[in-house]
Design a protein around this ligand. Structure first.
Ligand code: ZN
Length: 196
């Protein structure tokens, strides 16, 4: 196909004729070809051979045709991917002098609500560098799992790590280093953080 990243499928009437192109051959129900024909359910089958319908082949080079074909088949995620491909496809030849002066064209993209901000510290845990895995479980970049317990999941409960662990005695406590995580228990206080 001439459009990068877009794979079209071939379909043919059971009664014979040309191989047509379509975004997806559905498992059941009618299929619409790129050349605009609707083949009724059970009257067509997917074929592995290349399309030989001239209209389908020509339209397979037309991004907007394919886009609407995808849309008809409600290929939502494919459509999104296609629109991104199209944006690249339609980009005019670069004109450096102009491009640098022009602000980047805004792209239609779904609005994603940012996740709620994580506090710097939750009880014993210094959250910087950790990824929340939910339910008081946190994961460090090196794969150390830290589980917090208690009210508000503020109390260090457990650390799991398959790798080198070094425990060091402190004057009034202990420090544990597991991967990229450091747990310091000292003077009745516990602090869990990513090592710097
Ligand atoms: Zn066709």
């Amino acid at each position: 196909m001439s459009l990068p990243g877009i794979r079209l499928e071939s379909v043919r009437r059971k009664s014979g004729g040309r191989n047509h192109l379509t975004p997806r051959v559905p498992r059941s129900g009618p299929v619409t070809t790129l050349c605009g024909q609707t083949l009724a359910a059970d009257t067509y089958s997917a074929v592995e051979t290349d399309a030989d319908c001239a209209n389908c082949v020509r339209r397979s080079r037309d991004a907007s045709r394919i886009s609407s074909a995808f849309f008809e088949q409600e290929e939502g995620s494919e459509l999104l991917r296609l629109s991104l491909e199209q944006a690249r496809f339609r980009k005019p030849a670069p004109r450096p002098a102009l491009d640098s002066a022009k602000p980047a064209k805004s792209v239609n993209r779904p609005i994603v609500e940012p996740p709620p901000a994580t506090p710097d510290r939750i009880g014993d845990l210094v959250t910087s560098g950790f990824k929340a895995a939910g339910n008081g479980v946190w994961r460090s970049p090196a794969g150390v799992i830290v589980r917090m317990a208690g009210k508000g999941r503020e109390r260090f409960d457990e650390l799991v790590f398959e790798g080198a662990i070094v425990a060091t005695r402190l004057e009034d406590g202990m420090r544990l280093r597991a991967g990229d995580v450091e747990v310091t228990a000292s003077g009745g206080e516990v602090q869990v953080r990513i090592r710097r």
